[in-house]
Design a protein around this ligand. Structure first.
Ligand SMILES: *[C@@H]1O[C@H](CO)[C@@H](O)[C@H](O)[C@H]1NC(C)=O
Ligand SMILES: *[C@@H]1O[C@H](CO)[C@@H](O)[C@H](O)[C@H]1NC(C)=O
Ligand SMILES: *[C@@H]1O[C@H](CO)[C@@H](O)[C@H](O)[C@H]1NC(C)=O
Ligand SMILES: *[C@@H]1O[C@H](CO)[C@@H](O)[C@H](O)[C@H]1NC(C)=O
Ligand SMILES: *[C@@H]1O[C@H](CO)[C@@H](O)[C@H](O)[C@H]1NC(C)=O
Ligand SMILES: *[C@@H]1O[C@H](CO)[C@@H](O)[C@H](O)[C@H]1NC(C)=O
Length: 224
């Protein structure tokens, strides 16, 4: 009986530790890889303008977010290693300055730090700091959204608008997977802001995104 009790106590304890570990390290089903159109970031920032008055004219990385299908609130700020610049090799830093700049305040390091500490810590069991940024860089390189849209004659224009499906369709043809579009409201216009690619649990295989919110699907989208 004593043996049984201690075994039981051990099992309960082991489970409790396992549970705590899972909770603290965050749990997720898949990744959202989010790229943004810098001119839209800057247009909707009225109070504090972007540090560079002429925003970059190509899609840049916003972040790689471990996400959960059943819980729309993403796991965030998990208990993991905190970001240090020294974790990134110099060659990678110089590439990230192109692909993952802070288009708003101009402090790239601070942007990377914020994204890692908020999101990256929640998938640290799969991607450590270096791998998290390397994988994101590779995802950015794998499909050039700016070029995909350009080839479909979707280029920044002050008045022309597109349907949600007009923009999704060339991206879907090029990648073989359904992306998700996110918009920002600017007065009565909805501006294309972000394109999301979804990846499996290991951040290797691109999969279809199946979330719906993002842009009002029935409304025209402006790309400026
Ligand atoms: C997703 O979130 C729900 C609710 O917080 C949680 O119960 C579930 O374990 C999470 N799923 C995964 C795979 O982590
Ligand atoms: C994780 O949380 C535990 C308990 O709250 C704490 O002791 C530990 O220092 C934390 N680890 C990190 C890397 O933050
Ligand atoms: C940029 O952000 C990093 C990390 O938060 C900080 O250490 C550094 O002082 C900032 N640089 C400037 C110029 O503000
Ligand atoms: C992506 O495509 C755009 C438009 O064709 C081009 O200007 C840009 O250099 C490309 N970026 C990369 C990293 O190839
Ligand atoms: C865009 O079109 C050019 C010229 O036809 C082609 O070389 C390039 O591969 C296309 N890029 C994409 C991403 O489809
Ligand atoms: C999206 O796909 C996942 C995995 O196939 C599934 O579990 C989830 O229910 C789907 N969500 C919606 C809104 O279709």
């Amino acid at each position: 009986m004593a043996i049984l009790n201690s075994t039981l106590a051990f099992l309960v304890l082991a489970f409790a530790f396992f549970f705590c570990y899972v909770m603290s390290s965050g749990s997720y089903d898949y990744f959202q890889f989010v790229q943004q159109w810098p001119p839209t970031n800057c247009r909707v920032r009225i109070k504090r303008p972007c540090s560079n008055p002429r925003p970059l004219q190509y899609f840049t990385i916003h972040g790689l977010w471990p996400s959960n299908y059943s819980n729309p609130t993403m796991p965030s700020n998990c208990n993991g290693t905190q970001f240090k610049m020294q974790n990134l090799f110099p060659y990678l830093r110089s590439r990230l300055k192109m692909s993952w700049p802070d288009v708003e305040s101009g402090n790239d390091t601070k942007f990377w730090e914020g994204e890692w500490n908020k999101h990256g810590t929640c998938s640290e069991r799969i991607l450590n700091i270096m791998q998290y940024f390397q994988r994101s860089q590779a995802m950015w390189k794998s499909h050039n959204i700016t070029e995909i849209l350009k080839n479909a004659s979707i280029v920044p224009h002050p008045t022309q608008t597109w349907k949600y499906s007009d923009i999704v369709s060339p991206i879907k043809s090029a990648t073989g997977r359904t992306p998700l579009l996110r918009c920002k409201q600017d007065k009565s216009t909805q501006l294309l802001h972000e394109v999301v690619f979804c990846y499996d649990y290991n951040a290797i295989k691109q999969i279809d995104c199946n979330r719906t919110a993002g842009c009002g699907k029935q409304r025209d989208i402006s790309f400026q």
